[in-house]
Design a binder for this molecule. Structure first.
Ligand SMILES: C[S@@+](CC[C@H](N)C(=O)[O-])C[C@H]1O[C@@H](n2cnc3c(N)ncnc32)[C@H](O)[C@@H]1O
Ligand code: SF4
Length: 417
């Protein structure tokens, strides 16, 4: 309800967001600034009950066909790129990208035929996949950012989530830190039943002590299709935990870089989710450009079949109205706590203050935002409100879209109110 009201107020239209599968093969408009690249690797050794991302159990023969299809998708989508374009980042997420480590060099080579990758190259890692040879190889082929999905150092909390740690995360982090990556992120989850502020404090201190340069703390969200045995803590208890996270990060000398991320001073700020524009490759990957948002099919086999027939595996497209595209930008700017007028002008050639005159006025009056350099930043109150809004958005929009896309590889339509 809250999300629908905000959507209608900001977009100034009662029309819902409609994803359609017609005309999905139309030409991609690459003529956008700050273009990031994302690859989704949909395999895991074991499937965690809490995890909503699209993934299946690792299978060697399917993984090999997936890699060939991925390389084909890179070339197929790039046929309209023309001269090499600059990519501001390349990020591998999943699933567990390290399960296809032997092919990542080939994938990078395919990208380099079409893009000059100027920014960071990063990957997510599951702790059980970390070995000295894997880390050395990632460094060797050009990765400079690692995100380790520890979730919790506390055995009891981890087991409540339904995960058992088989490897030593202190050793994992120290090994990664020794290789000299530019940024090392540790993912933690908060709001696990039974978890206390002290547990989280210890998790954050351990992460920093063992070598993390950034800590991401995600509120535990119960997706309708997940198989969580125990439900997340309620809003009030999550609030207490978030407060303790912010306090601990201040004590450790970390800076809050988004609603849920904290980085050590003078280390690169990194995010897997916020880019001005991005091209996504692999099953379930999304693409955001000037005028639309695309979602690839959520089926590895359909992905492979589609590319066998030289068809781009886009299953759904949402065509943005101008206001809706601005809202998308505003939403992720709020997530980053930073609403930058110059960035808005660079992307849309429009003045932020004119486009969002009323929203800015109300935001200031309510103490949600305040002036900051070339724009606005979220206050503590604003950051807490956004923490609530982002969870509601996940429940109302992401859950529904991913659930329907998992059920049908080529859905006709998904309507979000
Ligand atoms: C794609 S996933 C994990 C990547 C990697 N396979 C791993 O396990 O570390 C990225 C992050 O999302 C977060 N996450 C996954 N499911 C979540 C949930 N239900 N609620 C909150 N955060 C979640 C976790 O912190 C996880 O590390
Ligand atoms: S949390 Fe990571 S390892 Fe677990 S299922 Fe999700 S992507 Fe796979």
């Amino acid at each position: 309800m809250l999300i629908s009201i905000l959507r209608v107020m900001i977009i100034r239209s009662f029309k819902p967001f409609v994803f359609q599968n017609s005309n999905c093969n139309r030409q991609i408009d690459y003529n956008v600034p700050n273009l990031g690249l994302y690859v989704h690797v949909p395999f895991c050794k074991e499937l965690c009950p809490f995890c909503p991302y699209y993934k299946i159990k690792y299978d060697t023969s399917l993984a090999s066909k997936y890699v060939d299809s991925l390389i084909k998708e890179i070339h197929l989508k790039s046929s309209g790129v023309g001269k090499k374009r600059v990519a501001t980042s390349l990020y591998f997420g999943g699933g567990s990208p390290s399960l296809v480590i032997n092919s990542l060099g080939r994938v990078l080579d395919a990208f380099r035929e079409h893009f000059v990758i100027k920014g960071n190259i990063g990957t997510e890692l599951h702790p059980d996949n970390v070995t000295p040879s894997l880390i050395a190889e990632l460094k060797d082929i050009g990765f400079d950012i690692i995100s380790l999905g520890i979730q919790s150092f506390n055995e009891k909390n981890l087991s409540t989530l339904g995960r058992k740690e088989k490897s030593d995360n202190r050793q994992n982090l120290e090994m990664i830190a020794k290789e000299g990556f530019r940024a090392i992120d540790v993912d933690l989850i908060f709001g696990i039943p039974g978890q206390t502020p002290q547990d989280l404090r210890e998790d954050m201190i351990k992460a920093a002590e063992y070598g993390a340069t950034q800590i991401s703390t995600y509120p535990f969200i119960d997706f309708t299709y997940a198989s969580n045995e125990q439900k997340p803590l309620n809003k009030r208890k999550k609030r207490v935990l978030l407060k303790s996270i912010v306090k601990t990060s201040e004590e450790m000398g970390f800076t809050r870089t988004s609603v849920w991320t904290f980085a050590k001073k003078d280390t690169p700020k990194y995010s897997s989710i916020t880019r001005d524009n991005f091209l996504g490759y692999g099953p379930s990957a999304t693409t955001l450009l000037k005028e639309n948002f695309r979602i690839n099919t959520f089926s590895v086999t359909e992905y492979i079949n589609s590319l066998k027939d030289n068809r781009i595996p886009t299953a759904l497209i949402l065509d943005f109205s101008k206001r809706a595209r601005y809202l998308y930008w505003l939403f992720w700017s709020c997530y980053n706590l930073d609403i930058d007028k110059n960035n808005f002008f660079q992307l849309f050639n429009k003045d932020l203050d004119s486009e969002f005159r009323w929203e800015i006025k109300v935001g200031k009056l309510l103490g949600i935002i305040e002036n900051d350099g070339d724009g606005y930043k979220l206050t503590d109150k604003g950051a807490y409100l956004f923490h609530l809004v982002e969870q509601k958005y996940t429940n109302q929009y992401i859950d529904k879209t991913w659930r329907m896309a998992r059920e049908t590889p080529w859905p006709e339509k998904i309507v979000l109110y």
